[in-house]
Write a protein that binds this ligand. Structure first.
Ligand code: XIL
Length: 334
């Protein structure tokens, strides 16, 4: 057999994986897969605020720095994820702040400190993650997040335009970093998609430093192709960089207890990977292709089973780092 190309070799744009620094260190096939297949890496949790600043005024950057050193030694790009998030990865001390002046200056200080520390080491940041409501097509004012009995929501405390200000703070901290707004569900939620696109266009008009949109794309084999294509097209029409930032394709969207992989499911997964990748390649102009990042390396360490509380296998590599039909689907889409 002719040696087959890796994703990194075959792709005309960066290929990323979300990785855990601990697995990079201790899991040799995991590390090897990242080294061979990726050109970009995102930390799955190591650069989130709860990890970087578990206590007010304390900054733990060692784990992230080690990951960045690994990336540097392997000549991989690093995408920072994430500076501000309304929900679970904000540290508890931050979620207790209710005063708007206090919260604004706390987030400003956090972004300034973290952005400056990683300046020149990360190519880009997800500045704000998941700020737009799923159904209303507006900045989130609800909250899924409680500390004790109190609700925490950045949008409610700071007002809709906080997203723009976070971009300004991030740009001040690291003027060369490409700054992204990142969110999920654009492929099945039209109101959310338009709200994001409108916000991006509004930022551009006002000179707010936004450079890209991240579409997480945690989808399933049943997610309609039209919705995927529409989300990519409308996002690309902003003229911004487009990052498929957290791709995985679940095979058990019904969270069935008796789930078993079948050739039919694996074939549907093949088709969906191929569709996403080929659509991205076709629709997004080359100058706007920031790349496609898979959310995890292999089915054995994927976040999906923990999240859905079910069995699933949403990635192109199986738990033994074997290439699935989904891997071939990714390649065939390129
Ligand atoms: C997930 C991680 O993969 C998990 O390990 C963690 O427990 C929760 O967060 N959207 C995002 C990512 O933007 O940060 C999430 O990552 C997956 C959903």
């Amino acid at each position: 057999d002719a040696p087959s190309q890796t994703l990194a070799e075959a792709a005309p744009f960066p290929i990323g994986f979300a990785v855990s620094p601990a697995s990079i260190k201790s899991n040799a096939p995991y590390r090897q897969t990242v080294i061979q297949e990726a050109t970009s890496i995102t930390a799955d949790v190591a650069m989130k605020p709860s990890r970087i600043s578990p206590q007010k005024g304390i900054y733990n950057v060692d784990v992230a720095d080690q990951l960045i050193e690994f990336a540097r030694s392997q000549k991989k790009r690093v995408h920072g994820h994430t500076l501000v998030w309304y929900i679970d990865t904000s540290p508890n001390w931050l979620k207790q702040i209710r005063d708007s002046t206090d919260l604004e200056s706390t987030l400003q200080t956090y972004i300034q400190t973290v952005g400056t520390h990683f300046k020149g080491k990360v190519a880009s940041w997800d500045v704000v993650n998941e700020a737009v409501d799923n159904n209303r097509g507006a900045i989130r004012k609800d909250s899924l997040n409680t500390v004790g009995k109190t609700l925490f929501n950045v949008g409610k405390i700071l007002g809709d335009d906080y997203v723009a200000r976070m971009f300004q703070y991030a740009h001040k901290a690291d003027p060369n970093a490409r700054l992204f707004y990142n969110d999920y569900g654009q492929e099945t939620r039209p109101a959310k998609l338009s709200a994001i696109v409108n916000m991006a266009n509004d930022f551009k008009r006002r000179g707010i430093p936004i450079h890209g949109l991240g579409l997480q794309m945690h989808i399933s084999i049943d997610t309609p192709n039209e919705g995927i294509e529409n989300a990519i097209r409308k996002s690309a029409e902003t003229g911004l960089l487009i990052h498929i930032s957290e791709l995985d394709i679940a095979m058990n969207p019904g969270k069935k207890k008796d789930f078993a992989e079948t050739p039919e499911l694996l074939e549907k997964q093949y088709q969906k990977y191929k569709f996403v990748v080929s659509t991205y390649k076709k629709i997004v102009p080359a100058s706007q292709q920031f790349g496609i990042t898979l959310w995890g390396v292999d089915d054995g360490t994927s976040w999906i089973p923990g999240f859905c509380q079910c069995l699933d296998a949403a990635l192109p590599f199986d738990a033994n780092f074997g290439k699935k039909r989904a891997y071939q689907g990714f390649l065939d889409g390129l």
